[in-house]
Design a protein around this ligand. Structure first.
Ligand code: GLN
Length: 506
């Protein structure tokens, strides 16, 4: 009885918060939150992005195509969270199939960033506050954590979808190394880039969830094998040992600041807090080293070619037969061929951004365009991996000849430079959260600006390396007072190191 009452209160509280933010698209039924387990996450409430399969709630991917779809099974990550005793509170809003940077391409409507700037007093009614984007595509996950609806949330990150919303909402977001967390049961967008990400209220919470999920899963063919995980752990521990002997001093830690991560588009409101963070790390003994990753400038175009090409192939499964929506051609149509059913289903089921990506990706894979677009983008990807391998002191565990990596995993023969760095530090986003597009104003979601927001996050995705966005203190006199995130990027498998540096920044 008591338990039922408290569950109802709990659900009611979440529902009330969700009204203005629109972060959750399903709220778990009360039966889901009773866990007798003694697992390591039993004190934690967690929300799950709606492109990760759950058998107890629908998995819509924020698409009309899957609006009525409930998976018959749970993703491995959901099983792991439940067996660790955490309470799943619901499913989070996102851009359709993970495609977007503002969480505006959603059949459930946009997510509103719950951060309230200091200039708006706490009694300013919600309607008169600025309506800013929570970032995308995992805007619902970041907003749910920022609004206090849960301690942590699962996200996905193909080109920045965990880090960008974390930065806009003022929470922590980790994109792990490619292959570290199982993708079994995660709806594919671009398989060679897709990762499950973790968003948390602080670094410690994020790390606890990550540690629970970062285990080998034989059901995921792209999962990093146990030997590689061990090897990566050993390589990164060797280096952590050289600077983490005391909990306060950072003497021995070498932090690289990549000069290419400060394009003209980066706002001073973002650069100033980053400089302050660097100064404080230096005062604590860290060495700050300017570094160059010269191929960064090609990353955004390469990412959009590769991600769209893979998406165009992945989304072919939504044909109106196997999953979700099925639209019959109108009865006036003379012959009902299967192709006609596909066309009607897809025309109604996919939103404009998804259609755009399918067309772009299909084009990049056609015989005429393949060499100039797809292959060229693959070459760029290789150069970007080499850039990272060159600057990191930690060797890439995937490049050793004794362990040839699976085809889809990043590797490079390039040797690291002895004057290299342990991690890189750069702004997570070029600006603070943008305003949500309004009916009257220009629709930002339609402009090229939206894609430019990914410029700082896609390189780590193309290289498959871990990246953690941590909010840093902002001074309202320098910008608009909205959250700013900085990203810590490390070698493949260096999550422990990246999280340690994140802890030092927090
Ligand atoms: N904004 C990027 C895109 O639209 C990244 C999305 C993601 O990481 N899922 O492709």
């Amino acid at each position: 009885q008591v338990q039922t009452r408290s569950e109802t209160t709990w659900q009611r509280a979440i529902r009330a918060k969700n009204e203005s933010v629109n972060a959750l698209v399903s709220i778990a039924s009360s039966s889901m939150d009773i866990h007798s387990s003694e697992g390591g996450l039993k004190d934690m409430t967690i929300a799950i992005k709606d492109n990760i399969c759950t058998s107890q709630m629908p998995t819509t991917c924020s698409s009309a195509m899957l609006r009525e779809f409930t998976s018959p099974y749970d993703a491995t990550v959901v099983e792991l969270l439940e067996s660790a005793g955490s309470t799943v509170v619901g499913k989070t809003n996102c851009d359709e199939f993970g495609m977007g940077s503002l969480n505006v391409h959603s059949v459930h409507g946009p997510v509103v960033n719950p951060f309230q700037s200091k200039s708006a007093s706490s009694d300013t009614p919600w309607e008169s506050r600025e309506r800013r984007s929570a970032g995308g595509s995992s805007g619902g996950s970041a907003a749910a954590v920022a609004a206090g609806m849960c301690d942590a949330a699962l996200a996905t990150d193909t080109g920045g979808s965990t880090r960008l919303p974390a930065s806009y909402c003022g929470v922590v977001g980790l994109k792990p190394s490619y292959g570290m967390i199982s993708r079994w049961g995660v709806v594919s967008f671009a398989d060679s880039l897709d990762c499950v990400g973790v968003i948390g209220s602080n670094v410690e919470v994020t790390q606890r969830v990550y540690d629970t999920l970062a285990v080998y899963d034989s059901k995921d063919p792209s999962a990093a094998r146990p030997e590689i995980r061990q090897k990566a752990h050993a390589l990164s521990e060797e280096h952590i040992g050289s600077w983490a002997s005391s909990s306060t001093s950072l003497t021995g830690l070498r932090i690289g600041v990549p000069q290419e991560y400060f394009p003209n588009a980066v706002s001073p409101a973002v650069v100033k807090p980053l400089r302050r963070t660097l100064r404080s790390l230096k005062q604590r003994g860290a060495t700050i080293v300017p570094v160059s990753l010269p191929n960064t400038r090609f990353a955004l175009s390469a990412y959009y070619v590769l991600a769209s090409a893979e998406a165009s192939s992945n989304l072919a499964r939504y044909d109106g037969v196997q999953y979700g929506l099925h639209v019959r051609p109108p009865s006036s149509t003379p012959a009902h061929t299967p192709a006609l059913t596909y066309a009607h289903t897809r025309s109604q089921g996919f939103g404009p951004e998804v259609k755009k990506r399918i067309l772009l990706g299909t084009y990049a894979l056609t015989a005429d365009a393949f060499d100039n677009y797809f292959l060229q983008a693959q070459r760029v990807r290789k150069l970007i991996r080499q850039d990272f391998n060159r600057v990191f002191l930690v060797r890439n565990p995937l490049s050793a000849p004794s362990h040839p990596p699976p085809l889809s995993l990043p590797s490079s023969p390039a040797e690291s430079d002895p004057s290299g760095v342990h991690v890189l530090l750069h702004p997570s986003a070029i600006r603070t959260a943008p305003l949500l597009p309004t009916d009257s104003g220009a629709d930002q979601s339609e402009t090229l600006d939206t894609y430019v927001q990914d410029v700082l996050t896609v390189p780590a995705s193309l290289a498959g390396v871990p990246a953690l966005s941590v909010p840093v203190p902002v001074d309202e006199t320098e910008g608009d007072g909205w959250p700013v995130g900085v990203s810590v990027v490390g070698q493949w498998g260096s999550e422990a190191m990246v999280l340690r540096v994140g802890n030092a920044i927090e």
